[in-house]
Ligand binder design. Structure first.
Ligand code: ATP
Length: 344
């Protein structure tokens, strides 16, 4: 028989806690081998979705179904699902050694001690922790603990690995290193990763596809590049990559339509007041309210007809617009993306 093409599928799944619709009629399908992220602000329903997949939560009564490897798993308890979860706080056993932590799953399944040790050694090697077998979690750094948690999940050879903000407790540099390691690990193992994060940069850089959550619903499910280039709603445009939203009078003035339009800060070009627009460029006059330095770019906040627009200028470009100076902003027509209005 062919291997299942879909690793996880949610069909019309809802989960309500009292008055709160944490997950509201959500449907999506994750392909086998995909790196799939659920991205959204705090409280948007990502973790509840992950817990539904793991079986720690049950969907509300109704049509909702959860399929794992194309089989109905809605009623299965967590231990009968071919998934493993890695949590932000690692959830390691503090009194056990690294070795014992990693070998926990096989021990519960009655695998012999020698075989357990051999497998744990292999997994620790895989996550770059060979030689740390005898340590206790308290003797490891945050990044090392997270690697132990990964090894402990992977030793069970799950078809699907669920990761709930697994890098949330790490500092930026370690986060970036672990992001690269997770991606490489996923490529080597070929298993499906479902990743929860509220960090848009993390979701964009790691995933094959990203589901953007807002108030228990998916606003857009797309590849990272499409999410960035073609946001469907004002919420997605703002949450993923921080777009300017052009509405009302300014939108009318520029395009003859009400908008809203999303406009990425790096698509705006900043010139002196009397500079000349290139063909196909729209222009508007504004006043510099703020300038901030971000290493690779300078950010200008420019007020245009009472609306604040963010402009990102690569630091390599010579632009010397000062505070309170009048400037002209140029926009290629194609940079204005029509989006649907959606409350943030
Ligand atoms: P975060 O990034 O903060 O973890 P999230 O997007 O993962 O947020 P969820 O944890 O899924 O969001 O929560 C969605 C909503 O459901 C929130 O309003 C939350 O308060 C509520 N909620 C989640 N779990 C429970 C629970 N066990 N009991 C009551 N309300 C809950």
């Amino acid at each position: 028989m062919d291997a299942p093409a879909s690793a996880v599928e949610l069909r019309q799944v809802s989960r309500t806690f009292g008055e709160v619709r944490a997950v509201d009629d959500v449907s999506f399908s994750v392909a086998a081998g995909e790196f799939f992220s659920m991205l959204g602000p705090s409280g948007s329903g990502k973790t509840t979705c992950l817990r539904l997949i793991a079986g720690f939560e049950k969907p509300d009564a109704g049509p909702g179904k959860i399929l794992l490897l194309e089989k109905d798993a809605t009623a299965l308890p967590p231990f009968e699902r071919d998934v493993n979860t890695v949590f932000q706080d690692y959830a390691l056993f503090p009194h056990m050694t690294v070795d014992e932590n990693v070998a926990y799953g096989p021990r519960m399944r009655g695998v012999a001690a020698g075989e357990r040790k051999r497998r744990a050694g292999e997994l620790l090697e895989l996550v770059g922790l060979a030689g740390y077998q005898a340590r206790k979690p308290g003797e490891l750094s945050g990044g090392q603990r997270q690697r132990v948690a990964l090894a402990r999940a992977l030793i069970n050879e799950p078809k699907v690995l669920l990761l709930d903000e697994p890098l949330g407790a790490l500092d930026l540099k370690l986060r970036e290193q672990m992001q690269a390691e997770l991606k490489a690990l996923k490529r080597r193992l070929g298993i499906t990763f479902i990743y929860v994060t509220h960090d848009q940069g993390e979701a964009l850089s790691m995933s094959d596809r990203v589901a953007v959550f807002n108030r228990g619903r998916i606003e857009q499910l797309d590849s990272p590049s499409r999410l960035y280039a073609q946001p469907a709603t004002t919420f997605v445009a703002d949450f993923v990559g921080g777009a300017n939203l052009i509405r009302g009078a300014l939108a009318q003035k520029l395009t003859g339509q009400d908008g809203p339009f999303a406009l990425r800060p790096e698509r705006l070009r900043l010139g002196t007041k009397d500079a000349v627009a290139e063909s196909q460029e729209l222009s508007m006059i504004g006043k510099v309210l703020e300038v901030s330095y971000h290493g690779a770019s300078h950010r200008y906040t420019v007020s245009v007809d009472g609306q604040k627009l963010e402009v990102a200028v690569p630091s390599s470009k010579e632009v010397s617009a000062r505070l309170d100076e009048e400037v002209t902003l140029y926009v290629p027509r194609t940079a204005l993306i029509a989006v649907a209005e959606r409350g943030t």
